[in-house]
Design a protein around this ligand. Structure first.
Ligand SMILES: Nc1ncnc2c1ncn2[C@@H]1O[C@H](COP(=O)(O)OP(=O)(O)OP(=O)(O)O)[C@@H](O)[C@H]1O
Ligand SMILES: [Zn+2]
Length: 693
């Protein structure tokens, strides 16, 4: 294509422009030779050289001479596909962030740093590694499908025709064998020469899933190559795995939300496991939902999208009800085991003494003791790490607040510190009350450290282990703890919600939630949905071995035993729960019946944040289509002050996505004009389809 002396070409290049610079689209540059859209280049921007992706090309025109030239063409990398560019473009438009910002944020950081020669050598090395034959491994033994699985797969095959790109919601009880359905669907796609993308909500679920996929596809006559993509990889690993996907060397890509952007030239199937999980939503920059983008990507690529969950999101459930998604159901546990019996420990019946709020119900302790006697395992969870959420002075009432945040600092007994879980501010625990000098300062409430201590005291001899963010900071710690549980070296596992999802524990017959009530009274309309799915997931960790299922139990310590969430939980009735929640949402005018965006502003004072949002609302009101929107008054966020910054938010509502989108982009474009008159505002950000309100 290159002919020396040919006229330069004009390129639009997606580069990461500084935030609020108003530069949202691609920028124009000149190139001496034609380049394909999707090619990686380096271009000058201000005083720096930055990476960029060629977006469109046009013949050079008269203004051409004013444009800067591309510094380097990184042509060792095959151009990103048009479909990949479409996905990035959609993300940028829908979530209202700069095109280049999104494009650069979803590429591996290492890729942005390397020059052409550096990248060429990485690629050569990678190809060489992939040229080596995979060490021989025996062909896997596939289990015989349960009749639910066989039915689901037969229906899937019926709709998954070339070009049909169906979206399928696999609603399967915990332990019903959803993974086997993913494996078989993947097998079919792989056999057709396609690549498969599997998304999971949490990094800590990737190793076990990777092991299952490797076991199934890593051996036999046509061993497949599997790579993972998540933020826990080193930059070099992440680049390597990303390249393997992009070059078509890897057949299967398993990853967390960022993997939805993995370039896959032969993509044939996207699986989203635990599709309801809030972790699929990115919480900074472009606040995308990887689940929603997976659905969009399926349409773009003509691939089937398989969403799986025991407790689907109400958004997906509603679409299945409307017939827009095909629903497949696994209604029975593998091996015919029953779901655990739900027992509510009514905390109102305990004597009202000091400490009653953090006590373990005697009936629960007895049930745990029975497990110990029988050599079975239990899992006790509490969504709060540390020893106690707050320390207080019994004399003057001082509490361990964070000086920088509107939050308490958590007491960590292990290292005797007070730590703010919002800004990280940490200090040693004071000897005496800082206000009155009283020596009697005591913990209030309970975290996983305390729970671990209580269980050890109540059940002498029991081997208690704790898994939470504090015990798993070091690489390999989580894997080690989990394998100890699997090996039967632990009697009682204490943890945060980290341990309640996905794990295929075979020996647990009792799961207990010791303090889930707080979620019942949250102002967030999604709180009941979240709690229900969390408890269903947690319950699903018990009795996974059919032989023990009939004596498995899920305990909930509660002060509100008649709450509808618990009633539905007792019946394990997701359908009824979903129907009643959807009805409520419809009446109250909440998602999925309306569409929301949340504008957040941060400032040094709450007034500055509020004034900015007020002015932003006035701007919005002027825009075409504004009469279709409902703008709510600004309110402080749940934790209003973090690290000395005040945060306010304003909700925007519309009855359809297009109505919302029509106003959002001119609105975002107009906001920088408020800077001059609102100097106190530090930053603002829009969250489209926010999860937590
Ligand atoms: N057809 C089958 N025959 C025998 N065992 C099976 C079959 N399908 C799945 N299993 C086994 O049943 C167990 C539960 O399956 P799996 O972990 O896929 O359930 P799940 O539906 O994903 O559950 P959860 O939602 O709780 O994670 C696993 O140990 C799996 O190996
Ligand atoms: Zn703080």
């Amino acid at each position: 294509m290159t002919s020396p002396g040919a006229d330069p070409v004009r390129l639009a290049v997606a580069v990461e422009a500084p935030l609020h610079s108003g530069l949202h689209g691609p920028l124009d540059y000149l190139s001496e030779r034609p380049l394909s859209p999707g090619a990686l280049v380096r271009v000058p921007l201000g005083r720096r050289d930055v990476p960029g992706v060629v977006w469109t090309t046009a013949p050079g025109d008269d203004e051409g001479h004013a444009l800067k030239a591309v510094t380097e063409v990184v042509d060792a990398l095959p151009p990103l596909s048009a479909r990949w560019c479409d996905l990035v473009k959609f993300t940028s438009t829908y979530y209202q962030r700069g095109l280049g910002e999104v494009a650069m944020a979803v590429l591996p950081p290492e890729l942005r740093k390397l020059d052409n020669a550096g990248l060429a050598s990485r690629i050569a090395k990678l190809r060489k590694a992939y040229d080596k034959p995979v060490p021989a491994a025996p062909a896997p033994v596939r289990p015989e499908l349960t009749s639910d699985q066989a039915d689901a797969l037969a229906k899937l095959a019926e709709v998954n025709l070339p070009g049909a790109a169906p979206v399928v919601l696999l609603h399967g009880l915990t332990g019903s064998g959803k993974t086997e359905v993913y494996l078989r669907a993947a097998e079919a796609a792989l056999a057709a020469g396609r690549q498969v993308l599997v998304l999971v909500p949490e990094i800590n679920l990737t190793p076990q899933l990777e092991a299952r996929f490797a076991e199934r596809f890593g051996g036999g006559d046509t061993p497949r190559r599997i790579v993972s993509l998540h933020s826990g990889l080193t930059p070099a690993q992440r680049l390597k795995n990303w390249l393997a996907a992009h070059l078509g060397l890897a057949d299967l890509v398993l990853g967390t939300r960022l993997a939805v952007f993995a370039p896959l030239p032969r993509l044939g199937l996207i699986v989203v496991d635990e599709e309801h999980d809030p972790s699929f939503k990115q919480q900074e920059g472009a606040r995308y939902s990887a689940r929603d983008l997976a659905v969009y990507r399926g349409k773009l690529e003509g691939s089937c999208v398989l969403l799986g969950s025991a407790t689907p999101s109400l958004e997906s459930w509603q679409r299945a009800e409307q017939g827009r998604y095909l629903r497949l159901t696994l209604a029975n546990r593998v091996g015919g085991g029953v779901l655990p019996k739900v027992r509510l420990a009514d905390m109102n019946l305990l004597p009202k003494v000091r400490g009653a709020t953090t006590a373990l119900a005697p009936a629960l302790v007895a049930a745990l003791a029975k497990r110990l006697e029988r050599g079975e395992q239990s899992l006790v969870f509490l969504n709060r790490r540390g020893y106690a959420p707050v320390l207080h002075c019994t004399d003057c009432g001082w509490k361990s607040g964070c000086p920088h945040c509107s939050a308490w600092r958590v007491f960590h007994k292990g290292d005797r510190t007070l730590r703010c879980h919002h800004c990280g501010f940490t200090q040693p625990v004071p000897r005496a009350c800082p206000d009155c000098g009283n020596l009697d300062i005591a913990p209030l409430g309970q975290g996983t450290e305390k729970l671990e201590e209580q269980l050890a005291a109540a059940l002498p001899g029991a081997r208690v282990a704790r898994i939470d963010a504090d015990t798993t900071k070091h690489k390999g710690a989580l894997e080690a703890s989990l394998s100890a549980v699997h090996a039967g070296e632990v009697d009682i596992l204490v943890g945060t919600q980290m341990v309640t999802k996905g794990h295929d524990f075979r020996r647990i017959t009792l799961v207990a939630a010791v303090n889930p009530d707080s979620a019942l009274f949250s102002s967030d309309f999604r709180a009941p949905e979240r709690l229900f799915s969390l408890l269903m997931q947690a319950a699903g960790r018990a009795g996974r071995d059919a032989a023990q299922a009939d004596r498995s139990e899920m305990w909930v310590q509660t002060w509100h035993p008649t709450h509808p969430v618990y009633t539905a939980l007792r019946q394990h009735d997701f359908k009824a729960f979903a129907a009643s929640q959807l009805k409520e949402r419809e009446i109250a005018g909440l998602p999925p019946y309306v569409h929301l965006a949340l504008m957040r502003a941060e400032a040094r004072t709450p007034e500055a944040a509020r004034d900015f949002l007020q002015a932003a609302a006035d701007l919005a009101a002027e825009l075409p289509g504004a009469n279709e929107l409902l703008l709510y008054p600004p309110v402080p966020t749940t934790i209003a002050r973090v690290a000395g910054v005040e945060r306010m938010q304003m909700l925007v509502e519309a009855s359809s996505r297009p109505q919302l989108q029509r106003v959002l982009s001119p609105w975002m474009a107009a906001l920088p004009s408020l800077r001059a008159t609102h100097k106190g505002v530090l930053r603002w950000a829009l969250d489209v389809d926010p999860l937590a309100i």
